[in-house]
Design a protein around this ligand. Structure first.
Ligand code: ZN
Length: 412
């Protein structure tokens, strides 16, 4: 069977038909629909000489044995958000199926090739993303917190997992799956507007952004809106408002894809007749360079002190969450550039704002790279998510070339 990228597009449509409705894809992890998608995936590999294994974290592996145990991994996730798109995650799973078919057709490969369908990348039901990949990568350290999670219907995460044969206490045993991994490849839709704005179908991902998330509490004094002169106010919202605008300057001056977002401000007492006493502001900052990310945070803190002094209010910072930038493998980035150039003429390197399973695998020390294919209008996590079929076909070809070059690379 020579590579048939049009078949991948047809299979993506088939999966959409099977597991979506008028609102979009419904393959939320640890649901019946998700299990249906996994069974369907197994059927797609019938006749290909692979062995299937579901590991302790629920990740679904298909292994094509090679002359060597050293394994090339190709990964994606078939789970979706509720009312999701037809490509997020499953594109790479199905592109991987096509690449496996092509490699198997040519006989025993020099190295083992494994396709992994990661369990619960999205975290849509319990709010914990990258479940299966973090378990396999050895970075899952929040099992005590995971035990406490419940979904909207009151079902606990351990019970939901048990219904699909997964024991949370043993999930991290999935670590064994990465023992012979030589390289990891992941293709994904960009989920942003950059490639479309450059009129390019494909790009090579340099790594995933580091993230700093903080809650900033501004404290002033509640006072009557009618009787308090403007120059006598200590307005907590004024500090939050000034910072919300200033982070645009901070991101622009930092550059190289820097983004800063003030995602929400909650004011108290929050009534029309009072000056705001406390304003709780949420800040998210992202960059690929750890030093620049740290500098952006320091700059925001400096600006906040200035605004607090100007408004005669107090400001306090509390970190909600952070993660360091994760850079992909330089050698694989070079190979990916060659593959993309070969199939589409031009390559472009870009960082990823969203996190992906690939970031977990890279964190585990396995050489990793991702390919992005253009997203129309930059939309994702909605049924409006789309990519031109001809670009999807180029993406399958690029992944296939990259897999071939990676198998041939001496270092792998
Ligand atoms: Zn995804």
């Amino acid at each position: 069977m020579p590579l048939d990228p049009a078949r991948t597009v047809a299979e993506l449509r088939e999966l959409q038909e099977l597991t979506g409705d008028e609102n979009g894809a419904q393959r939320v992890a640890w649901t019946d629909t998700w299990a249906t998608a996994r069974d369907w995936l197994r059927g797609k590999l019938e006749g290909v000489p692979v062995t299937e294994e579901v590991d302790e974290a629920g990740n679904q592996w298909f292994t094509l044995a090679g002359a060597s145990d050293r394994a090339l991994l190709i990964g994606g996730h078939i789970d979706s958000v509720p009312n999701g798109g037809w490509l997020d995650g499953c594109l790479n799973v199905l592109a991987g199926v096509e690449v496996l078919r092509r490699i198997a057709e040519e006989g025993t490969p020099s190295k083992t090739v494994r396709l992994v369908n990661w369990a619960d990348e999205e975290g849509a039901r319990f709010g914990r993303s990258l479940f299966g990949s973090s378990a396999a990568a050895g970075s899952m350290r929040d099992q005590d917190e995971l035990r406490q999670l419940v979904d909207r219907d009151g079902v606990s995460l351990p019970d939901a997992l048990a219904a699909h044969g997964v024991d949370l206490d043993r999930a991290t045993d999935a670590r064994a799956q990465l023992e012979n991994a030589a390289a990891y490849l992941e293709l994904h839709i960009e989920q942003g507007p950059v490639l479309e704005s450059l009129d390019l179908p494909l790009g090579v991902v340099l790594g995933t952004f580091g993230v700093e998330r903080h809650r900033i509490t501004w404290t002033g004094q509640a006072a009557h809106a009618g009787s308090t002169p403007m120059d006598k106010r200590r307005d907590a919202l004024a500090g939050a408002a000034k910072l919300a605008l200033d982070i645009r300057r901070i991101a622009t001056e930092t550059g190289e894809g820097a983004v800063c977002t003030s995602g929400g401000v909650v004011c108290r007492p929050g009534i029309v007749t009072s000056v705001v006493e406390t304003a709780e502001q949420l800040l998210d900052q992202r960059h690929l360079d750890p030093a620049k990310l740290a500098a952006m945070l320091a700059e925001a803190k400096r600006a906040a002190e200035t605004f607090a002094a100007e408004e005669r209010i107090d400001v306090a910072w509390e970190r909600i969450w952070n993660i360091e930038p994760i850079l992909f493998d330089e050698g694989l980035i070079e190979l990916a550039d060659e593959a993309v150039t070969e199939v589409s003429g031009t390559s472009h390197r870009l960082p990823s704002g969203p996190l992906h399973d690939a970031a977990e695998v890279a964190r585990a020390g396995i050489p990793t790279v991702m390919l992005f294919v253009q997203s129309l209008r930059g939309l994702s996590h909605t049924k409006l998510e789309d990519t031109k079929p001809e670009h999807l076909e180029l993406a399958v070809r690029a992944l296939d070339r990259l897999a071939d070059e990676t198998l041939a690379a001496a270092a792998v």
